[in-house]
Design a protein around this ligand. Structure first.
Ligand code: PLP
Length: 414
């Protein structure tokens, strides 16, 4: 079992023997104590995000990279190493505009587009679009026509799911290129799926893409925007370099023919984030020990954690050095039996007022926690009573919750 402690800077946790040094634990505890009014909290380490992104770019063979805003909108201000950012909803576009992301760096896509979405993007000057259907193409074309604007379009090929279009539909659009005013069909977009942990899945995805590209070979395809959803070991310490190596091999082949951009989120951001909550109560019911924290399962999610398929790394930050370890259950503040953050995990014996740090929540957790994902509006809530509908809550804009408003405020430090 590994314990961890904070080294400088505070939020980079290092797994080594330093943890056995009680002084370091105590120092960390004091620093966290000063933050306790702000807990539970997500903390994203900017340096770690930047370094990871640079390293992955290197491992991918120095291909251009594109950061998916959906994985963590709070990091886009620090995405300098990415030549582009991928935007998939009106809310995400608003965040980019607010954060001054240049329109030339944005590629806009997404499954459910409206005329207004495209109009807004065109007004902002976004030039590149991933288009999933003929309908989307018409909407974009209208928006461009009205604004006397020219857009570059990548046709998104489907991986046999609801996203994108078939190669036949792509072929049809390619062959109409000459009639398309205000639109240049510039290439292909392909994103097969997320959380890929198996080499064979990646290989199949790329082989499928290549077979489709071969069939479209008679058309002018200048660039490719590809994701492969390389997964991250969220519950262990193994790296994913073997998976990245496979992607890199394919990218090398594709780079011979196309201008390639690699698009992703988790692979860059997962490891830079932690979630911290305070243990408010320790309870023993029968022979089970519960650490009750002032957070909850609704505030963070690990890929697959919902099905108890793995245990995240959790660090106890305590006032005093630990005597022993024990098997505990970490539960949250929701009045819900299912609000179990981690089931039966071996942790140091903590005290009330100690802190728990959950690792690798840099991607998705902050938005995927049930209600804030993708910065789309919250749905309205309607009651049906005696064949009448009663509105309980209007559709509610939430994108403002996913960005800082005004100047940042320093709340502590090491
Ligand atoms: C189109 C598209 N691109 C990129 C991503 C990012 O994927 P990942 O975080 O798995 O790299 C997603 C995730 O769903 C996506 O839908």
């Amino acid at each position: 079992m590994v314990f961890a402690t904070f080294l400088t800077p505070l939020f980079i946790l290092k797994y080594n023997d330093d943890i056995k040094n009680g002084d370091l634990t105590e120092m960390t505890y004091k620093n966290l104590k000063a933050l306790s009014n702000f807990l539970p909290a997500y903390i994203f380490n900017v340096e770690s995000f930047m370094e990871k992104s640079r390293n992955v770019k290197k491992l991918l063979g120095e291909v251009d990279i594109c950061f998916s805003v959906k994985s963590n909108p709070w990091l886009i201000e620090y995405a300098d190493v990415f030549s582009k950012v991928e935007v998939c909803s009106p809310g995400e576009l608003e965040i980019c505009i607010n954060k001054g992301i240049a329109p030339e760096r944005i590629i806009m896509g997404g499954i459910c587009q409206t005329a207004e979405n495209f109009q807004k993007a065109v007004e902002y000057g976004v030039k590149r679009y991933s288009i999933e259907s003929e309908r989307q193409l018409d909407l974009l074309r209208n928006a461009c026509f009205n604004a006397a604007f020219e857009a570059a379009v990548l046709l998104r090929l489907s991986n046999k799911n609801q996203f994108g279009m078939s190669k036949e539909q792509a072929r049809e659009i390619f062959s109409k290129q000459a009639e398309l005013t205000n639109i240049i069909i510039d290439g292909i977009h392909f994103y097969p799926g997320t959380g890929r942990m198996k080499k064979i899945t990646l290989t199949k995805d790329f082989d499928y893409l290549i077979s489709m590209l071969d069939e479209l070979d008679s058309f002018k395809i200048r660039c490719l925007e590809i994701g492969s959803g390389v997964g991250v070991d969220l519950f262990g310490e193994s790296d994913n370099h073997d998976l990245i190596a496979i992607v890199s091999e394919y990218l090398k082949i594709l780079k011979n023919k196309y201008e390639v951009t690699y698009e992703g989120g988790r692979i860059f951001a997962a490891e830079c984030g932690i979630y911290i909550a305070e243990i408010k109560e320790i309870r023993k019911n029968d022979d089970r020990i519960y650490y009750i924290v002032n957070g909850g399962k609704h505030q963070f999610s690990y890929y697959g954690q919902m099905f108890s398929s793995g245990k995240p790394t959790v660090t106890v930050i305590s006032k005093t050095p630990f005597d022993k370890t024990m098997t505990v259950n970490i539960v949250g503040a929701l009045c819900n039996e299912g609000d179990v953050l981690v089931k039966e995990i071996e942790l140091p014996e903590a005290r009330e007022g100690d802190f728990l740090v959950f690792h690798k929540v840099g991607a998705y957790s902050v938005t995927e926690g049930i209600s804030l994902f993708l910065s789309r509006d919250l749905p309205s809530v309607i009651i049906e009573r005696e064949c009448e509908f009663y509105l309980q809550r209007e559709k509610t804009e939430i994108h403002k919750l996913n960005m800082r408003r005004g100047k940042e405020r320093r709340i502590g430090g090491i």
